[in-house]
Design a protein around this ligand. Structure first.
Ligand code: HPA
Length: 247
């Protein structure tokens, strides 16, 4: 079984990964965000792909999510751990926290969000009741516990279109919908993984209070600072998760 890590903002390179090779992968949907990086993390073969490219130049709404997920599957990946920067909506989702969401609401629009098309033999509706794979979530949470990395178990990720941040009213609406987190890259990645029958879980890094949830305006400097600190914990957590993922 092979595992992939999709890096988000703040995680363009994976320190600790002993790189073996990089490979550009063509897909029927175009090119992924960059070459797939094959390497060893904690002596385990993994594939790393930063979804915004390296350097970070592809905005959330222009990421070729289909090519990214397809390319990973083509290379034998069965488990995807996605790293996503988010804003915190509910009081427990304070900047700096790591969260393993268990639900999501999709507010994105006009993205290429499915592999299924008009000329397919039949119309397919994948089950998406539980959008994140429970066993993979548990692996991450167990690893977090084993190394005493504080991690919130559960939360609803609201995926917005971006690239702008939200208005305060939009965040209030999301909160009343049940969202605890807001980010721009969680969808359609999660459902594309489901369509290809891959296991998928997300580590969200809270980088700021969502719009209107703090008296201060959201600054990119402050986001970068929290991301920098959060990604340090993410790297340790990924390493521990990979150690436990030996099936
Ligand atoms: N909104 C949407 N996406 C984000 C945010 C936010 O507040 N912070 C980091 N990614």
């Amino acid at each position: 079984m092979s595992i992939a890590i999709i890096g988000g903002s703040g995680l363009m390179v994976l320190e600790g990964l002993e790189i073996e090779r990089q490979q550009m992968q063509k897909t029927p949907y175009g090119e992924p965000s960059g070459p797939l990086t094959f390497g060893l993390l904690n002596n385990r073969e993994i594939i790393f792909l930063p979804r915004h490219g390296n350097p970070h130049i592809i905005p959330p709404h222009e990421i070729n999510y289909r090519a990214n997920v397809w390319a990973l599957r083509e290379n034998g990946v069965e488990d995807i751990i996605a790293i996503n920067a988010v804003g915190g909506i509910t009081t427990e989702m304070t900047p700096g926290k790591l969260v393993i969401p268990d639900q999501l609401i999709d507010y994105t629009w006009s993205r290429q969000h499915t592999f299924f098309a008009k000329n397919d033999k039949e119309v397919v509706h994948v089950d998406f009741t539980v959008p994140y794979t429970p066993s993979l979530r548990q692996q991450i949470l167990r690893a977090a516990k084993s190394i005493s990395v504080d991690c919130i178990d559960g939360g609803t990720y609201g995926a917005t279109q971006g690239p702008r941040l939200e208005t305060a009213a939009e965040v209030l609406r999301m909160e009343s919908d049940g969202c605890g987190l807001v980010g721009m890259t969680g969808m359609p990645e999660a459902v594309l993984a489901r369509e290809l029958e891959l296991n998928y879980a997300c580590i969200s890094v809270v980088a700021n209070w969502a719009a209107g949830k703090s008296d201060e305006l959201i600054s990119m400097e402050s986001i970068q600072e929290y991301l920098h600190k959060g990604m340090g914990k993410v790297r340790t957590l990924l390493s521990a998760t990979i150690r436990g993922n030996r099936t």
